[in-house]
Write a protein that binds this ligand. Structure first.
Ligand code: ADP
Length: 726
């Protein structure tokens, strides 16, 4: 039990009672005692702590289990009941003291006894205490932070300046300035970054230098067609790898036209030891035929090459075959004075150089091929005795061989260059006629000879670029032709009188006395043959006359009348063969044509005669007339047997007849020749379109009005000649 303190003491007393038991736990005696807490040695340490609270202007209080105060700094309050909170095991709270100040109160129950300790302290004191405790820590922290700031400032500054340097370096690399060296310092991250940067700069510089060299090489290769000039940059670029000798060796057939030196290798070399290892050329070429590349760091080791005794041997070498498509044209090989290995970049560089060399060889090859072709053509053109002309698309003469220059030089005029040549009207028209294949005409030239000119178009990549004209001297043939025609004309003329006589007497035989049936048959055969021969002779004479230009009676004729007369003339023949004749004329707009009506009628008659002759019974023959520009075109169309393409070009030649198995039509082969001559005498032309088995259409095209000056001209009709074909 708690008891009030003795006077002069600052803590309450405790009375207690305890049972004293023997060994068998039976209470024998009872102890009753009382002790003062202020002197009891067991409570001294507790009380001194409670008293020490005064130092901090606080108070320490001890309460018993009934809430009575056992210790209090104010002794008057001992044994009073404690008014505040004391019912918890442990708590801390602040409260307002009666004097209005804030206090911190800590309550904790004691261990071993159901007592409670209450410590209270003014808040101000607590704060002061906290400040006292925190101040040194704060100072220490400020010092530490300051030190950290200084440390980081110093180190970060170093990193920043390093980064700045690298950024500058990166900028100058980006601008293509690769000469600035990045110094590598230390082993740390920054050092490693600098080293990486420097490595990158060096490899970039190397790559760029290599590219520059290759660019220079390819410019060199493209700028010259002379192989020696073109490979010079290749040799120089190859030397930059450090080689003592660079050699380009070409196979004997690599370039065309070097026939004289067929068995010798063509070489281009550079470097201080350029000629020293020349003996290896052939061996390296042979090996490179099997393998595209030779890389020897120690040329002795693999027994790829054999070295003659005492011959100089390179310490290392690289050779790359020169290939054009799949053809090996040579080798580029580098020899070194020192034994060394080759990086992948170096091999790639040398291979690229080999590619450029092959390109130079290809260029030179194309150039030489073209050049040889040109020289060959020039030699042919110069040596040929036939004149040859080439005109550009504008019709200007761009090339003429010496024979052509001679042909166009006549009288006093001496022509020495193609530019001086003045083409005659017909020839320049022939040269202008593009896209129409080959054409030919006959014409006299200033040298007094007659030429047959054939022109054709020269195409390049599908486009007509030039016209080329070959002139053949046909003067001799013309003279022969004229002689022959004269002879034929004379003979024909001389034959006419006896033929008339023979026919007269043969028909008179019947009148002279009676003949038996056999005799009559023979007489008929004689008359028929004489008539055939007379027709042939008449045809020959007509042709001779037409070609000689005799008797062309120009007058204005109506095409319709011409057609109707020609149709009338063959009507009987057609009816006998049951062939339907018709005319196809436009109802209006047909102009009068200026022509020799008798000749034109003969031409139409010949065409209609043939059409009926070569059309099966029951077929159709039609004559049409059309106007095209300043030309009038007559067309005689049949649906007969047709003409094979092979025969068509020669159809209008004199005496030409199509050979058909089983055919026995007895023509002379002069009918179409007369048609052609009539057309040409009128400054027109005749042609045929035909398909075997389907029929033929023969055309005569004539100018509606004859040109004034072109009354009978020798050139248009092939001269005053009757020819038996060219
Ligand atoms: P010919 O007097 O022998 O008929 P031409 O010069 O008139 O001589 O004709 C030459 C050849 O052309 C003839 O042999 C004939 O085979 C062929 N020919 C002419 N016209 C026709 C035609 N309309 N149809 C088929 N063949 C023809």
């Amino acid at each position: 039990y708690s008891a009030p303190p003795q006077s002069g003491e600052d803590a309450a007393q405790i009375s207690f009672i305890a049972a004293l038991q023997d060994d068998s736990n039976i209470t024998q005696r009872v102890l009753i005692g009382r002790t003062s807490l202020s002197v009891n040695p067991m409570t001294q340490s507790l009380l001194s702590i409670l008293r020490s609270m005064i130092t901090y202007e606080g108070e320490g209080i001890l309460l018993d289990e009934n809430g009575l105060i056992l210790f209090h700094p104010q002794t008057s309050r001992l044994m009073e009941a404690y008014g505040g909170r004391a019912d918890v095991r442990e708590t801390l709270f602040d409260e307002t003291a009666p004097d209005g100040t804030r206090r911190l109160v800590y309550i904790k129950s004691a261990r071993g006894r159901p007592w409670t300790i209450v410590l209270s302290l003014p808040a101000r004191q607590a704060q002061q205490l906290a400040i006292n405790i925190a101040a040194p820590i704060l100072i220490a922290m400020v010092v530490l932070v300051g030190a950290a700031v200084v440390y980081f400032r110093y180190n970060l500054g170093k990193i920043t300046s390093s980064l700045q340097l690298l950024a500058e370096q990166a900028t100058s690399i980006a601008q293509g300035r690769l000469d600035k060296v990045v110094e590598a310092k230390g082993e740390d991250e920054e050092g490693r970054l600098r080293t990486a940067f420097e490595t990158m700069r060096l490899s970039l510089k190397m790559r760029l230098d290599e590219l520059n060299r290759l660019l220079w090489v390819s410019q060199g290769v493209a700028s010259s067609l002379d192989l020696k000039q073109a490979v010079r940059p290749v040799l120089e670029a190859a030397l930059s790898v450090g080689a003592a000798s660079v050699r380009i060796v070409l196979t004997p057939g690599a370039l065309p036209g070097l026939d004289a030196e067929e068995s010798r290798l063509t070489c281009y070399a550079d470097g201080h030891a350029a000629q020293l290892y020349a003996d290896l050329d052939e061996q390296i070429l042979t090996v490179c035929r099997q393998q595209e590349r030779i890389v020897l760091s120690h040329p002795f080791r693999p027994r790829l090459l054999t070295y003659p005794p005492h011959a100089p041997i390179p310490e290392s070498l690289v050779a790359v075959a020169l290939k054009l498509e799949n053809e090996m044209v040579g080798v580029l090989w580098l020899a070194f004075d020192i034994g060394r290995s080759f990086s992948e970049e170096e091999i790639r560089f040398i291979t690229t150089l080999a590619g450029q060399t092959a390109l130079a060889v290809a260029n030179a090859r194309h150039f030489l091929t073209a050049e040889i072709g040109r020289k060959r053509l020039e030699a042919i053109l110069t040596s040929t005795s036939d004149p040859i002309l080439v005109t550009d698309p504008k019709g200007q003469v761009s090339l003429a061989n010496p024979a052509a220059l001679r042909a166009f030089s006549g009288g006093k005029e001496l022509i020495t260059s193609p530019k001086q040549i003045r083409l005659p009207q017909e020839l320049s028209e022939l040269m202008r006629a593009t896209n129409e294949g080959v054409h030919s005409i006959e014409l006299p030239l200033p040298d007094g000879k007659i030429y047959s000119a054939t022109a054709s178009t020269v195409y390049a990549e599908g486009r007509a670029v030039n016209r080329v004209c070959f002139l053949r001297d046909i003067t001799h043939f013309k003279q022969l032709d004229a002689l022959k025609s004269e002879f034929v004309a004379n003979v024909s003329h001389d034959l006419r009188a006896p033929l008339t006589l023979m026919r007269g007497y043969a028909t008179m035989l019947e009148m002279a006395g009676s003949l038996n049936e056999h005799q009559l048959g023979y007489v008929h055969k004689i008359v028929l043959s004489v008539e055939n021969m007379t027709r042939l002779v008449n045809n020959l004479l007509d042709l001779g006359r037409i070609e000689a230009g005799v008797g062309l009676q120009l007058e204005l004729v109506t095409p319709k009348d011409l057609v109707e007369k020609a149709l009338n003339d063959v009507q009987l023949q057609a009816t006998q063969k049951r062939i339907q004749l018709s005319a196809d004329l436009p109802t209006e707009g047909l102009p009068l044509i200026e022509a020799d009506s008798a000749l034109l009628n003969q031409a139409l008659h010949n065409l209609l005669d043939n059409a009926i002759k070569f059309t099966e019974a029951g077929g159709k023959v039609q004559v049409g007339v059309r106007v095209k520009g300043d030309q009038l075109i007559f067309a005689v169309r049949d649906n007969g047997i047709g003409i094979a393409p092979l025969d068509q070009p020669r159809l209008f030649d004199k005496f030409y007849r199509v050979k058909r198995p089983g055919s026995k039509s007895g023509g002379s082969g002069l009918g179409l020749a007369i048609v052609k001559s009539v057309a040409e005498r009128h400054n027109g032309r005749a042609w045929v379109e035909s398909q075997l088995g389907r029929g033929s259409t023969f055309y005569i095209s004539l100018p509606i009005r004859q040109p004034r000056e072109s009354q009978p001209s020798a050139a248009g009709s092939g001269g005053a000649a009757v020819s038996a074909g060219d």
